[in-house]
Design a protein around this ligand. Structure first.
Ligand code: C5P
Length: 462
């Protein structure tokens, strides 16, 4: 599996350093040549002799020790991958800031091939915003991060911070070194669209975007050329377009689809949008504009007119002036009355006052959004790209999914049950059914969204 690959392991001083002895053995068993570099502190936790024996190579700790023609850190960079495990908060922070005060760090700084960082630390350290900032920075720069698991920690507490098992580190290494999706262009949509009512209000849904993001991250880690179209901005090392509304998403997806090998529509796209967006914030009640200011509302005759002798106070609706003709309404306003507009019809004269009318209500008219998935399937010429839809149902999951895949015309449909609280919307787990055009169904049992994402991608490109 890893025949003739040169793997460089970097060990920093986490208690789980002892587990790396087993990892060295696993890499070697898979055919790799393994070299190990440790930080001086890590030597307190695991011995040079053990690692030398297991790797069958010299083990490095200090600068100025390697008997080769190149400086040590440059000689060590001639490896196919650098796996830093366990990676302490200290080592992560130094790599993120270009600090090179030991051999492992100067090697990491000079390393131009993939680096896999496997953090392990106390929960509070992991949750520290500075550590999180460093992780984000490294991830954005293209470093692979195998995030810690939750579990029992060496400090005697339980929480997030436990180094991933060596089997997972091994699998991740293989995934990085043999990128299954290399050369594939994949577009993924994620998040719930926001359909705007006015500048501050919108209609949306409960989708967190985590499933779409997990697919994008996994596809990227598997070597794909990823384009993410999300309703939120991300800090990812791949192309990210932000589309807040269904119409914005439609435009980007349609522009990009012809260049893709696969499109995965994981976003929860709103089926309806508000027909009349108000460019000004809608005020409670009805609004009164000062006399003398003619506006589109007044001139359209859409408002109501109230007489006020002193031009200070609204005294009531003048039924006669209701729906007055444009010219008449303007003329009367200029003569010293006030005009009332309908709530929601805000105009430039919003400098006026607002009055509350009892029982006042507004109606939002919703119009249908384009069905992006259905449209890109209909517009596709031939078999490319592969198009995958999602289907979130609260009842009759499989029956509805079978109807939906035929209605939409996509190649695969990923169905999940949103009536369950433990999976789906805003959860870190999911459980899905993958349905193909022949209506065959594959059940993927409850797992993390990352693992579900991997299974989905494997199914698409099997
Ligand atoms: O019809 P329904 O909304 O249940 O379909 C869900 C699937 O269709 C998802 O893949 C979603 O991204 C896509 N969709 C779309 N455009 C819409 C609504 C949903 O592309 N307006």
């Amino acid at each position: 599996m890893l025949e003739n690959k040169n793997i460089l392991i970097g060990i920093s001083a986490g208690i789980s350093a002892y587990k790396i002895c087993e990892l060295v053995r696993m890499y070697r068993k898979a055919g790799a040549n393994v070299r190990v570099v440790l930080t001086p502190n890590a030597l307190n936790l695991v011995t040079k002799l053990t690692l030398e024996t297991l790797s069958n190579n010299e083990v490095y700790v200090n600068n100025f020790e390697i008997d080769e023609y190149k400086p040590e850190h440059i000689a060590l960079t001639e490896s196919d991958i650098l796996v830093i495990a366990p990676a302490t908060a200290n080592t992560i922070g130094k790599i993120a800031n270009g600090i090179c005060d030991n051999l492992l760090l100067s090697t990491a700084c000079a390393f131009s091939k993939p680096t896999l960082i496997v953090p392990a630390m106390n929960t509070n350290m992991w949750n520290n915003p500075i550590v999180q900032e460093n992780i984000r920075k490294l991830s954005k720069l293209g470093y692979h991060i195998l995030e810690p698991a939750s579990g029992y920690l060496a400090c005697g507490t339980s929480g997030v911070g436990r180094m991933r098992e060596v089997e997972e580190i091994f699998d991740k290494t293989v995934e990085i070194m043999t990128p299954k999706l290399k050369g594939k262009k994949i577009l993924i949509t994620a998040g719930g669209t926001r359909e705007k009512i006015d500048p501050v209000r919108y209609i949306t849904n409960a989708s967190s975007g985590k499933m779409g993001l997990a697919i994008a991250d996994t596809a990227h880690a598997m070597g794909a050329d990823v384009t993410l179209v999300s309703t939120f901005k991300t800090d990812k090392p791949y192309l990210n377009y932000v589309a807040e509304t269904a119409l914005e998403m439609e435009k980007i997806v349609k522009e990009q689809t012809p260049f893709q090998d696969c499109v995965i529509m994981a976003a929860a796209v709103s089926d309806y949008r508000v027909e009349n967006y108000s460019s000004q914030k809608i005020k409670r009640g009805k609004c009164i504009g000062p006399a003398g200011e003619t506006t589109s509302l007044m001139s359209s005759g859409g408002g109501k007119y109230i007489m006020s002798a002193d031009n200070n106070e609204a005294t009531g609706l003048d039924k006669n002036a209701e729906s007055a003709s444009n010219a008449g309404l303007q003329a009367e306003c200029q003569q010293g009355g006030k005009c009332i507009g309908l709530a929601g019809e805000t105009t430039s004269w919003m400098g006026g006052e607002c009055i509350n009318l009892e029982g006042n209500s507004i109606t939002l008219k919703l119009v249908e959004n384009p069905d992006i998935l259905k449209e890109i399937c209909a517009e596709r010429k031939g078999e490319t790209p592969i198009i995958v839809g999602f289907c979130a149902e609260s009842e009759n999951l499989i029956e509805n999914a079978k109807i939906k895949i035929q209605h939409k015309g996509c190649d695969l449909l990923i169905a999940n049950d949103i009536s369950r609280k433990d999976i789906g919307f805003d959860s870190d787990s999911n459980e899905v059914y993958i349905i193909n055009r022949e209506l065959n169904i594959k059940h993927i049992e409850k797992d993390t969204k990352q693992n579900i994402a991997k299974r989905i991608l494997e199914e698409i490109f099997e």
